[in-house]
Ligand binder design. Structure first.
Ligand code: FES
Length: 168
């Protein structure tokens, strides 16, 4: 596993580097690639991004540490950000999130025992009229209820199993 020399990322890295006047400006999109490759922004990812951009790893690490969309600790394959801010809470988000944590057997910020799901509550994601809602790996999923969420969890588990078997 690596970013540098990995054909999976070659084109994307080139595109990001070409997009900006100074290469260092590509640090954030490259950190997303690092997170995709390693599942979180770890030392290897930081070191590779620094190498690509000719930056000091401490500079890259400080940027990764500043933004909440980068995880500095291992997380599940599916990273669920549930909005529990007031407008969503008024529309059932607190109850929904309490149920989801119980369903997965985790507390806020924890990863399920099977390593599949990390759950975190977040502030407003600007989809207040679609509550309860969440982001799964930064994709919006809205108007949730327990039945829809159970179906999604089952679908993601199935996708992960297929990808582990090489059939997905
Ligand atoms: S309060 Fe939840 S999306 Fe705005």
């Amino acid at each position: 596993m690596a970013i540098i020399g990995n054909p999976k990322y070659e084109e994307r890295v080139k595109e990001h580097l070409a997009k900006y006047e100074t290469t260092r400006s590509a640090v954030m999109p490259l950190l997303y690639i690092a997170q995709e490759e390693y599942g979180w922004v770890n030392a290897e990812g930081i070191s590779e991004v620094a190498q690509i951009l000719n930056l000091d790893p401490t500079q890259v690490k400080s940027i990764a540490g500043f933004y909440t969309m980068y995880s500095e600790k291992p997380k599940g394959k599916y990273w669920l950000h549930v909005c529990t801010d007031l407008p969503c809470a008024l529309n059932g988000a607190d109850d929904f999130y309490a149920w989801l944590k119980e369903e997965l057997g985790v507390a806020d910020g924890e990863t399920s025992a099977d390593g599949m799901f990390t759950v975190e509550h977040v502030m407003c994601l600007a989809a207040c009229d679609q509550a309860p809602m969440l982001q799964c790996n930064f994709r919006y999923i809205e108007n949730l209820d327990q039945d829809k969420m159970r179906a999604l969890l089952a679908k993601w588990r199935q996708e992960a199993a297929q990808s582990a078997n090489g059939t997905g």
